[in-house]
Design a protein around this ligand. Structure first.
Ligand SMILES: *[C@@H]1O[C@H](CO)[C@@H](O)[C@H](O)[C@H]1NC(C)=O
Ligand SMILES: *[C@@H]1O[C@H](CO)[C@@H](O)[C@H](O)[C@H]1NC(C)=O
Ligand SMILES: *[C@@H]1O[C@H](CO)[C@@H](O)[C@H](O)[C@H]1NC(C)=O
Length: 340
């Protein structure tokens, strides 16, 4: 009886012990498989292994290496069954050597863990999830190369200003050939896509619009690639705040505007004196003359006749092709009847 119990417990323990050994084993020493998700299923005391695409699983996760070597792995496993237990393991490997590890059992369905890494030329990160449900479990293993992890910093020293009616955006870059950029002008339009450039010109920019320029960048695949940076801080280009333009405008208005207004006033005074000589009370004979002539002089008899002329012109032109068509039709008809 005792033997039987021992035997059966051995049978039950054997596969899980094998898996435990697998767990203890340094993942950095295993085969490095890139761009594929390794899925290990333990169901009905049997292990199944598979390699699938990341996009083929409903769960999402990613590891990113931010500037200053902050590694952040985040996940969302919202589709897990309620009583399923999730654990996460992050291993940082330099070749087959483990540099850092972080193991946590019973983590939340949506979460993240981060690690501060030292500067390493060559490293890769192995992210592992273990979903346990009673006597079965599933393990996801995914490896990241340093380049695919890396999130570069956004472009620095961004400046934007109006120049000859265009908006000129400039930025600093030590190695522009290695980067592609997105320039968002804050004008509801999709960001501009640029490659290996140090400036962008928005031709015929709206001078009344306050552009809010921000940028992000990514290393090109030809330079081993990287993730997109965050958006840079926004640089506002307020047209009214342009000091040069405002100064010129005020100088122009002060140096020309005021004398011009004075001159105009003076001229108006002279002209009004010439046009309307001071006759406060016209003589009765003039009043009669004015009253008689006022409607005659100011009724414009030329305008309507002109309009009529134009209308007749139009109808003539419109009738012409119709008449032509009619006469052609007549000719065709007569030809037809003649042919018969
Ligand atoms: C996954 O979790 C199960 C149950 O806790 C454990 O037996 C198994 O060894 C774990 N596997 C890995 C690879 O972590
Ligand atoms: C890691 O990434 C997650 C998801 O993007 C974020 O919520 C979290 O704040 C990040 N942690 C750190 C330390 O940056
Ligand atoms: C950015 O501007 C600062 C201050 O003007 C300057 O010291 C720095 O060298 C510039 N960076 C680049 C990459 O040109």
């Amino acid at each position: 009886m005792l033997l039987f119990v021992l035997w059966s417990s051995f049978l039950v323990l054997w596969p899980s012990q094998g898996a435990m050994e697998g767990n203890k084993q340094d993942v950095c020493q295993g085969d490095k498989v890139m761009e594929e998700l390794h899925v290990l299923d333990f169901v009905n005391s049997a292990l199944h292994e598979d390699f699938i695409e990341l996009t083929d699983v409903r769960e999402t996760f990613i590891c990113l290496l931010y500037p200053k070597n902050l590694l952040n792995c985040s996940w969302s496993f919202l589709t897990l069954e309620k009583d399923m237990q999730l654990s996460v393991s992050i291993s940082v490997c330099h070749d087959t050597t483990t540099v850092r590890t972080l193991n946590q059992s019973s983590v939340e369905r949506v979460g993240s863990r981060s690690l501060n890494l030292e500067q390493h030329e060559e490293l890769h990160v192995i992210l592992q999830f273990n979903m346990t449900h009673y006597d079965k479990y599933r393990v996801y293993t995914y490896s990241y190369d340093k380049d695919t992890l890396e999130v570069v910093s956004p472009p620095s020293n961004i400046s934007a200003a109006f120049k000859d009616g265009d908006l000129l955006v400039k930025w600093a870059e030590s190695n522009p050939m290695c980067f592609e950029y997105r320039v968002d002008l804050g004008n509801q339009e999709p960001p501009k896509k640029l490659k290996s450039q140090l400036f962008y010109t928005e031709v015929s920019a709206d001078p009344t619009f306050t552009y809010r320029v921000r940028m992000k960048r990514r290393k090109l695949d030809s330079c081993i690639g990287s993730q997109w940076s965050e958006w840079s801080p926004t640089v506002s280009v307020d047209p009214s705040a342009e000091p040069d333009k405002l100064n010129t405008l005020s100088i122009i208005s002060i140096s020309f505007g005021i004398p011009m207004i004075l001159l105009a006033l003076l001229l108006f005074q002279r002209v009004s004196k010439l046009l309307f000589p001071p006759i406060p009370r016209p003589a009765p004979k003039y009043i009669y003359y004015l009253e008689e002539n006022y409607p005659f002089n100011f009724s414009p008899p030329v305008q309507p006749s002109k309009a009529e002329e134009e209308i007749t012109k139009v109808t003539e032109e419109e009738e012409n092709p119709l008449g032509h068509f009619k006469s052609n039709m007549g000719r065709t008809l007569s030809n037809l009847t003649q042919g018969q």
